[in-house]
Each structure stands twice: as C-alpha cells, then as structure tokens.
Design a binder for this molecule. Structure first.
Ligand SMILES: Cc1ncc(COP(=O)(O)O)c(C=O)c1O
Length: 393
C-alpha cells in the first residue's frame, strides 16, 4: 500500500494533547476500575424529548430527504434572529447576519480560512479551546496568545498587547462563559473589546458555546449586546450545550454581514447544509418553551454546589464557577497539571483534564467537568478528600 504524504496544512495541525489521557482512562476502565470521568466536555444528559420527537416526525417528511438549501433553511435563520431578539434584545437580519453551521466548531475553524492569509496574525486566549489553533494552523497564520490570568478574572489584558501586534492582528478569539476557566465576561469588557477592535480593524470572534449556562441567577452576556459589536465581529452559538444536542451538530454564526457572507461562501464549497429534519428540530428547540434550559442550568448549578462544597471542606480554597459546566481547579504546590491529573486518575479514579492541554497559562490548573450526577460528583469530591492533599487548619 502506498503511504501518501499529508499536505503541509495537515502537518501544521496541533497535536491532540488529550489523546493520551483518553487512552489511560479507557485502559483503567477495561481493567474494571470505577472511573468517574470528569475529563471531557460532552454533555451527559439527553436532548429534551420534545426536540427528539420533532426530529422523529420531520425525518419522515420526504422534503427532508433531498438536499437542503445550501445556506440553510430560511426558517432556521429566522428562528435564530427571533432567539437573539428574545434572549438578548439583539436585532439580526436573518438573511445577511446569520449563517447556519455544523456546530460552532466548524465555524470556529472555518473563520480563519475565511479571513486570514498566510502570515497574518490572530490573537488567541491562553488557556483556550484548542480548535482556534486548528483553524489558524490550516490558514498558516501566526498566532499571538493573550494570557488569561486569575488576577484579571481570566479576561485578557489588552493593555499589555504590544502596538505592533495590534497593528498586524486581523482576528481576535474570545470565549465567555469560558472553557476551560469557567469565567464570565461583563458588558464593560465587551465594550472595551469593541473599542479595541474598531481602533485596530480586528475582527472579533466570540465563541458563545456556553451562552445559556450562567449561575447564581446571572445570564451570560452576549458580545452582540455591546454597541457596535456587529460592525466588528461575529458570535458563534451552538445548540450543543443549551439543548444537550452535541451529537446533532447544529450551530450558527451571527453578526457582521461581511463575515457571514465569507462563512456562507466557504460552506457553499465544502458542504450542503444540515439534514433538513435537524434544521426543523433546531427551529423547534429555539422557539419552544425554554423550561428545559432553565432546568438544565439548575441541574448544573446543583452539581457545582455539591462538588465545590466537598472540595472546600478539605481546605482547598477554590472559586465557584460563574458559568459553563466546568470547575477550574488550582493544582496544589509541587505538581504540574499533568502530574496532578495523573494522581487524581491513578489514586482517586477521577479523570480530569490537565490545564496545560489548553495552553501554557493553563499550567497550574486541572479542569473538572460537571458532567455526571450530583451523587457521583460528591463521590468524586470524597475520593479526592481521601488523598489527604490538604490538612485543615
Ligand atoms: C468553547 C467551546 N467552543 C465550541 C465548542 C464546540 O461546540 P459545537 O458542539 O457546537 O461544535 C465547544 C465544545 O466543547 C466548546 O467548549
């Protein structure tokens, strides 16, 4: 068999940091150990039944067995615009300011190919969701990282970005509520972002994957709620987390019409849009009663409280996350994030994601996903407590 060489673009793709962890977890599980797997970001609960039923019905309609319109169904774009108006009081033109995506991931990777030429610069959060790096690598762009530090509430400090980098930058990726730090951003921060981006002509890409998941009664802020945001950026939304539809692959890019056109154009060449029945079910998810979303957020909040309580009880001073379904745990002195994650896996049979996998500034933390029942999360806390990592004062 001939071994064909991969293209230079593929060879530039970053290595999958977490592949090793996944293997280790699988090995322990096949050995029969009861592993509490909090290392991944895959929602554990099912899609609400009324959405599944809509898919079942619409899957039977022969209209949906044909190719979908290339740029997605008008009804789904309208439902997205209505959703943004209802949830965030943001006006969107469904035809020019909404693009339908196979999940936010697709849009986040495509956007670099849409807007960057070889050697252009993109600003990326560190730590950050790894796919921003995949897109910039395929586009052969340069990246500059923006450290997300606890002392700045895990927001980038724009004042430390050198002027020559701001002059060169064409894209700026943000993500709040944030994976992996679980931090949220307020309007003042997004206003500052719009101002910076306008001064330097940088396109902002706000990844709003956890847009629905905010705690203590605080609804996360959309980037598009800031004045002028649509002039200078787009937001990527997804049904994956809000409606537990990660496997369905349904998302949308919304905002600046020139960017939306660029995304639609690349997608005209890469795909035909989503299966029509999924689009109809997505319309239903966005427009039906949102009670299941409220219940889901309550579930994550109870899990958060259960886990944080157990961890604090052993003298580990951690901050309760404000959004997402993650807890960003600072690693005790004397361990790297990988060593500590290994220790939790080997000794407590609790899988977590080492922060280093999300970037240099993820070192010193592990990410815990609140993606098992409250009972299992309590048990994870108890198992960690038994490691006697901290002595109570
Ligand atoms: C920050 C962030 N962005 C995007 C995604 C991907 O979302 P989607 O399922 O819509 O591709 C995830 C999924 O884990 C995520 O954590």
């Amino acid at each position: 068999m001939v071994q064909f060489e991969q293209s230079k673009a593929l060879k530039r793709l970053p290595e999958q940091f977490f592949a090793g962890l996944v293997k280790k977890v699988e090995r322990l599980m096949t050995e029969g150990h009861d592993i509490i797997n909090l290392g991944q970001g895959n929602p554990d609960l099912p899609t609400p039944q009324h959405i599944v039923e809509m898919l079942q019905q619409t899957a039977e309609n022969p209209k949906n067995h044909k190719y979908s319109p290339f740029r997605g169904r008008a009804e789904l774009k309208q439902a997205t615009a209505d959703f943004y108006k209802r949830e965030y009081d943001v006006e969107l033109d469904p035809e020019t300011e909404v693009a339908i995506l196979f999940g936010a991931k697709t849009g986040l990777v495509e956007i670099s190919q849409c807007l960057l030429n070889e050697g252009d610069t993109a600003l990326l959060p560190d730590p950050g969701y790894p796919d921003y790096l995949s897109g910039t690598a395929l586009a052969n762009a340069n990246i500059e990282t923006m450290p997300l530090l606890e002392k700045n509430h895990f927001l980038p400090d724009y004042t430390i970005i050198p002027q020559e980098i701001l002059k060169k930058a064409k894209l700026l990726f943000l993500n709040y509520p944030n994976n992996p730090t679980a931090a949220t951003a307020n309007k003042a921060f997004f206003d500052k972002t719009v101002d910076l981006a306008k001064r330097h002509n940088i396109c902002v890409v706000h990844d709003f994957a956890y847009g629905a998941i905010g705690y203590d009664g605080k609804k996360p802020q959309s980037f598009l709620q800031s004045n002028g945001a649509k002039d200078i950026g787009v937001e990527m939304y997804t049904l994956s987390k809000t409606y537990n539809m990660a496997g369905w692959r349904a998302g949308m890019a919304v905002g600046n019409s020139s960017v939306i056109e660029a995304i639609n154009l690349i997608q005209d060449h890469l795909y035909v849009s989503l299966f029509g029945a999924i689009q109809e079910a997505a319309v239903h998810a966005l427009t039906a009663d949102q009670e299941p979303v409220r219940q889901l957020v309550d579930t994550y909040e109870s899990r958060r409280n259960a886990f944080v309580e157990k961890i604090r009880a052993i003298g580990w001073d951690i901050k309760a996350p404000q959004g997402t379904f993650f807890v960003w745990l600072p690693v005790p002195d004397g361990y790297t994030s990988e060593q500590f994650s290994d220790l939790l896996l080997e000794k407590a049979h609790v899988a977590t994601a080492p922060g280093r996998g999300f970037g240099e500034h993820g070192e010193g933390y592990v990410r815990v996903g609140l993606l098992d029942s409250e009972e299992r999360l309590r048990e994870a806390g108890e198992r960690i407590a038994q490691l006697s990592l901290f002595e109570k004062n």
